[in-house]
Design a binder for this molecule. Structure first.
Ligand code: NAP
Length: 490
């Protein structure tokens, strides 16, 4: 179930938001502490869904400014109005809490506990204490300081399931995002989703629309396999859009989540039983290799893994930047003996350079500031190295930009002078934001064939999908998802 909190700040806004959340919410939380001069009977009349009435005090993350007596009096009034649920905190003074629990009538009580600073290693003592109270639902919400904290909440949910106790449990904060997505799948009663960005009632809350339509939280089953991208940062990743859509399109019950990870080995050891596969992004593409049972030969040569796949007999690391680049260049193959000039000598140049070198291309790399690093890669790929300032001296059939030059916000920059672009050159820009870089525009004006960074992104993602599922990737749909997302950022 998805619960949408109504957070005001005015009655007028709250009423409009009640109307707007009808298609998203399974249940609504009326956050009375955040709605000025609320009219509870009117809100209940217009809610159109079961309601939880909450009047949060400050130490539990709310804004109620009166005394505890006054705060609880409002909950008492909600009981008289026969609301579906009220939420009351374990921090409420004992006599007030007791009087609510003993006089709740047929109204169901959610007994809640929040920790805004951390997740204790063992939540069982707290759960045991809360279970002794005559509440209908227990709610324990903590702050994730590490991604592994989410597993503490998952273990608690498993216990509550065994005890047949209705429970809400997840972690707040960016590192807790995965538990907001997976809590219902793990046996939690509901998850909270904001009506829109900016209307969150707690840190790390995801929009209800994303929970419902992208992560499909109400459809996840206990056997759902969890996929995701590990990196730091991961908040800008488009992987969750493209892979969840692809799973949905192909009828697969899987889910794909962003995983903000600092320590790869600790993460992988703890999460392995939950995982169906992983994407790996910066800065973990090398560190993940030591947790693998096997490394695909191309990924081994590159020295970086961006895809992790289980095969029933351990885990194998692959590099789909390598295979994705070759797919993006498919119309221009064979590459044997073609003169390929790569601008840049970083991670992308390494994967693409290895790909084209393995196909027998005549490769030239460029260095910019960091000659030694570029020389190391040129030695590895057994290719020529020139300064980026001498590109006019290189023979070019295919030009590949693997530098960030031209990326937003510096969209007027180009890594290659327009005057050198001739119509028989193929120009491939790995930058995908913007989709049409200055380099690609110059190339089109010169009559060159072009390949955009979107193709690289889509093909590396499609390669991941195929390795994980053994099914053909819905590539046109994946491309559309990326293009729509990038267009919406313009
Ligand atoms: N389409 C996709 O799926 C995809 C995937 C990954 C990356 N990318 C794109 O590829 C770009 C590079 O990523 P990366 O991971 O390889 O980054 P990276 O490891 O930081 O490498 C960047 C390289 O670009 C060079 N460079 C920087 N400024 C330059 C300039 N003004 N002229 C020439 N070369 C310059 C750097 O050389 P110095 O250090 O010597 O300056 C370095 O070798 C990203 O910015 C992104 O736009 C696209």
């Amino acid at each position: 179930m998805i619960c949408v909190p109504i957070v005001g700040p005015t009655m007028d806004r709250a009423r409009k938001d009640l109307d707007a959340c009808q298609k998203l919410a399974d249940i609504i939380e009326l956050r009375l502490d955040l709605i000025e001069d609320f009219d509870l009977p009117l809100l209940l009349k217009e809610a159109g869904k079961p309601c939880i009435v909450t009047n949060r005090c400050k130490i539990d993350g709310g804004q109620f400014a009166g005394t505890e007596q006054e705060r609880v009096e409002i909950l008492r009034r909600a009981i008289e109005l026969h609301v579906d649920y009220i939420d009351i905190e374990t921090s409420t003074p004992g006599p007030l809490l007791k009087s609510i629990l003993e006089n709740k009538g047929r109204v169901k009580v959610i007994l809640s506990h929040h920790d805004f600073t951390r997740t204790p290693d063992d939540l069982n003592p707290l759960y045991d204490l809360m279970r002794q109270m005559p509440a209908d639902v227990l709610k324990i919400v903590t702050y994730a300081t590490d991604i592994n904290d989410n597993l503490t909440l998952f273990r608690l949910l498993a216990r509550a399931r065994k005890d047949n106790k209705r429970m809400i449990a997840f972690c707040m904060g960016e590192k807790g995002e995965i538990s907001r997505i997976l809590t219902v799948q793990q046996g939690g009663w509901l998850t909270f989703g904001s009506l829109e960005t900016g209307k969150e009632s707690a840190p790390g809350q995801i929009t209800a629309s994303t929970l419902k339509h992208i992560y499909r939280v109400n459809d996840l089953k206990t056997e759902t396999k969890v996929y995701g991208v590990i990196g730091d940062p991961v908040s800008g990743s488009m992987g969750y859009l493209i892979h969840n859509k692809a799973f949905q399109e192909t009828g697969l019950p899987h889910v794909y989540v962003p995983l903000l990870v600092q320590n790869v080995t600790r993460f992988f050891n703890a999460y392995e039983p939950y995982l169906g596969g992983l994407s790996v992004t910066m800065p973990h593409k090398e560190a993940i290799m030591k947790t693998m049972d096997r490394i695909d030969p191309a990924a081994e040569r590159i020295g970086a893994v961006n895809t992790v796949v289980p095969d029933g007999n351990g885990w194998t690391g692959f590099n789909t930047d390598y295979s994705g680049a070759l797919k993006a260049l498919e119309p221009y193959r064979p590459l044997q003996d073609k003169n390929i000039l790569i601008i840049g000598a970083g991670g992308t140049a390494k994967a693409i350079g290895q790909g084209v070198a393995d196909q027998g291309a005549q490769l030239t790399l460029t260095f910019n500031r960091n000659r030694d690093k570029a020389q190391e890669l040129a030695d590895q790929l057994k290719c020529k190295l020139i300064s980026v300032r001498d590109v006019d001296q290189a023979a070019v059939d295919i030009l590949i930009n693997c530098s960030p030059v031209g990326m937003a916000p510096n969209t007027n920059d180009t890594p290659y002078p327009a005057r050198l672009l001739k119509k028989d050159i193929v120009v491939f820009d790995s930058v995908y934001n913007p989709m049409e870089t200055r380099l690609l525009k110059d190339a089109q004006a010169a009559g060159c064939a072009t390949v955009s960074g979107v193709e690289l992104f889509v093909h590396q993602a499609a390669g991941q999908f195929e390795l994980w599922t053994g099914k053909p990737a819905p590539i046109d749909l994946m491309r559309r998802v990326v293009e729509d997302k990038l267009a919406s950022q313009d």
